[in-house]
Design a protein around this ligand. Structure first.
Ligand SMILES: Nc1ncnc2c1ncn2[C@@H]1O[C@H](COP(=O)(O)OP(=O)(O)OP(=O)(O)O)[C@@H](O)[C@H]1O
Length: 253
């Protein structure tokens, strides 16, 4: 097994509203490994998105530690935490947050220039990524409103990868896509994972879950089950689907 890239130690997250406290994550000790495609599942409200936000430094835990390659995120001030996210993390969500007044190429380049002022390097990387996800040159200059949902999500994925993040965080990235666009995005995620990209993804979808090396199942903010799988291959999909279904059934999904 590879080294941990992210670790949580006794991680807790409590939300307070109207004088009521809700303990959403409770004493989580999780190691996430370099190069893994880690998937977080669990019923609605079990704390999956809250965990993803805490792991990526988008939200702060109430108690406990999050450690990225030996650095405790709690030791970083807000500027350093923002720099951590910019340098090390990429994000894709179910809702696609592209800037509507820019072409998809400019959306990607703008994200790249924020981190790297070597413009020709960014342009080269952007072009490689566009071709890798199957977005032809004819559409690079189109605006998000001129594209299909699947094309927009692929553009958003390129934007999240332009700065070579150490970890790609994905929250239901196929949730709003039809099945062929969803499969297309999952194929891309699988491909980049096989090239070494660490991915942490929240999903409700078994078709997405079978892509995992490891599924962590949350219930009421605690890890109640975990399964390890071999690297995904299309040939193995039936067997994996059965394994994942059995695992989910054991966890009362
Ligand atoms: N900012 C917040 N303030 C108050 N409560 C919150 C906040 N964010 C999340 N919660 C609560 O925490 C619980 C867990 O939410 P979370 O979004 O992590 O669940 P989830 O497992 O991702 O659910 P789903 O599958 O429905 O997206 C929910 O009960 C939710 O209402």
């Amino acid at each position: 097994m590879n080294k941990p890239i992210l670790q949580t130690k006794q991680l807790c997250k409590t939300f307070s509203s109207d004088g009521q406290q809700q303990h959403v994550l409770t004493n989580l000790d999780i190691d996430i490994y370099e190069g893994d495609f880690t998937i977080i599942m669990g019923s609605s409200g079990s704390g999956k998105t809250t965990l993803l936000y805490a792991l990526s430094g988008m939200d702060t835990p109430t108690l406990g530690k999050i450690i990225f390659r030996g650095t405790q995120l709690q030791d970083l001030n807000s500027d350093a935490l923002a720099a951590f996210r910019k340098k090390h993390c990429g994000f894709v969500f179910q809702s696609i947050y592209l800037l509507e007044n820019m072409s998809i190429l400019d959306n990607v380049l703008t994200a790249g220039y924020l981190v790297n002022n070597n413009k020709s390097e960014i342009i080269k990387r952007a072009k490689e990524l566009f071709l890798q996800v199957g977005l032809r040159e004819e559409i690079w200059r189109k605006f998000p409103s001129q594209l299909s949902g699947g094309e927009k999500q692929r553009a958003a994925l390129i934007r999240s990868l332009i700065n070579r993040p150490d970890i790609l965080f994905a929250d239901e990235p196929t949730g709003a896509l039809n099945s062929s666009s969803g499969k297309n995005v999952l194929d891309i995620l699988t491909d980049i994972n096989h090239r070494g990209q660490s991915i942490i993804m929240v999903t409700h979808d078994i078709k997405a879950a079978v892509r995992a090396d490891r599924i962590i199942y949350l219930m009421d903010g605690k890890v109640c089950g975990e399964i390890l799988l071999e690297k995904y291959t299309e040939a193995d999909v039936e067997h994996r689907t059965k394994k994942v279904r059995d695992f989910l059934r054991e966890n009362n999904w």
